[in-house]
Design a protein around this ligand. Sequence first.
Ligand code: NAP
Length: 285
Amino acid sequence: MKSPTLLDGKAISAKIKDGIANELKKRGPGKNPPTLATILVGDNPASETYVSMKVKACHAVGILSKSVRLPEATTTEELLAEINKLNDDPSVHGILLQHPVSHGIDERACFDAILPEKDVDGVTTNSFGKLSMNKAAYFPCTPYGMILLLQEYGIEIAGKHAVVVGRSPILGKPMAVMLTNLDATVTLCHSKTKDLPALVKQADIVVGAVGKPEFIQADWIKEGAVLLDAGYNVGNVGDIQISVAKDKSSYYTPVPGGVGPMTIAVLLLQTLYSYQGKFSPPLAG
Ligand code: NAP
């Protein structure tokens, strides 16, 4: 068997970011660059780190950022009012509401208050509906990042059996829809799934989106499978037992340096698209 190929999210995301920076350099004189607004509610240290990484990445390509910080005690109504202000602000092209918001807030209502034209993180019900119908939209960044990686490496998706483990609204579920749109046969697994190892053993493409360190065991993996690990757990460990499983794979994403950097690149790309008045195109093989 051919030795496994590492899917280099760091290198591919750098290429996408260079393309964005070059595109922004071409804008006419006196034209302001795009702005991404970030909203952080409460003081979850992991969320603070994620937002500051995204803001840093914006600045590196020439996208401006506008930061909104709200206290832990913020109510749903107060957060909705902030989102509406950003919706109405013509200088803001994209809005990122960092998940999770503090306890007691209706997070879904707040996501869904973001205008579809500014939903560059792809979290609204509206965007999910368009994705389901394979229409142009902003797509959730982590699954779209994984699809762009597969496409960049020319990995065939049509006709393959993909097993996605995890069905959260911004990760596992949209990944299953994207793979379906690209003609994979998809099994979407979750905490009530029976005999998960037997299902994973049938997979040509395995997606780890569980949030449990090394949950997907190496001995569940079929020889030659493509392994996409979205998990990011304490200690830089993913959801797949990748150190062993990679030797059975044809392609695999490392953690870190695989899916994480692609997520940020897609956020920047969709912010650029919003500035240009367009959506990400429907998925096509
Ligand atoms: P989540 O909302 O907690 O969802 C976890 C999913 O895993 C749920 O659908 C759950 O099933 C399923 N699950 C839990 N235990 C299971 C089990 N024993 N067997 C099968 N399925 C099980 O998590 P998430 O937000 O999707 O995140 C998942 C992971 O991705 C985390 O490690 C997170 O840090 C990472 N992540 C990374 C990025 C990035 O940029 N790289 C972005 C987002 C998330 P039920 O639906 O039945 O509860």
